[in-house]
Write a protein that binds this ligand. Sequence first.
Ligand SMILES: CC(C)(COP(=O)(O)OP(=O)(O)OC[C@H]1O[C@@H](n2cnc3c(N)ncnc32)[C@H](O)[C@@H]1OP(=O)(O)O)[C@@H](O)C(=O)NCCC(=O)NCCS
Length: 196
Amino acid sequence: MDRIGACGASDAGSIPAEGILNKSLYKKCVRARFPTLNTTTLSIMIISFKPHSREEIPLRVKWLNNREANKYAIENPEHETTTEEQTVWYDRYEQNPYKKFFTIFDDEKPIGFMGLSDIDKEAVAFIMIGEDDYRGKGIGKISLKYLIDYGFKELGLKRMTASTDPRNEPVIKLNKSVGFREISRDERDISWEITK
Ligand SMILES: CC(C)(COP(=O)(O)OP(=O)(O)OC[C@H]1O[C@@H](n2cnc3c(N)ncnc32)[C@H](O)[C@@H]1OP(=O)(O)O)[C@@H](O)C(=O)NCCC(=O)NCCS
């Protein structure tokens, strides 16, 4: 995949100084900077992260019930979660200072979520790209790097851990690629850590 990341705020010309805010502005900028580029098939992703919000409860239901996304990611993938269940989760989350979750966006479209739980000097990391069209495109890596950075820099963590199903090849590669180290493994689980 070709990546064009050159249209930053300083390249933007007439684009507002606060930066590139959406895909149409970004496309405009790319066309201006690369006039010979065929932009008819130009596919742009603008990945950003926002604190998890109540509005995303229906999406949590959709994503957590997505068999492709949940098959190795959650303890009981056969269980169909509901709006009521996820509302209870969110109500508790809001009151819980030891959890911090983010929604992952492509431009304005929410595509998944990630977060840290049991936050103390350490925390447990989790990530799910819930929208099928968005997995395998490098978004997991960008997102998990952000989460790790957030954990070390903003929360002052010393260590983050993760737990994965040994059949979950994408997350195993992802964890290795962002610096997690395997600390133990059995037939049901691989444990990982990353330290500051
Ligand atoms: C695991 C997950 C977050 C990875 O995110 P992603 O955006 O799909 O992954 P990326 O495109 O950033 O790729 C990360 C690495 O995985 C590899 N990868 C991605 N999809 C893969 C696939 N289907 N099969 C094998 N490897 C794959 C990439 O090649 C890359 O490895 P590299 O850096 O060595 O090249 C995503 O697939 C997902 O949400 N899965 C469902 C939920 C889940 O299992 N979460 C983990 C809970 S523990």
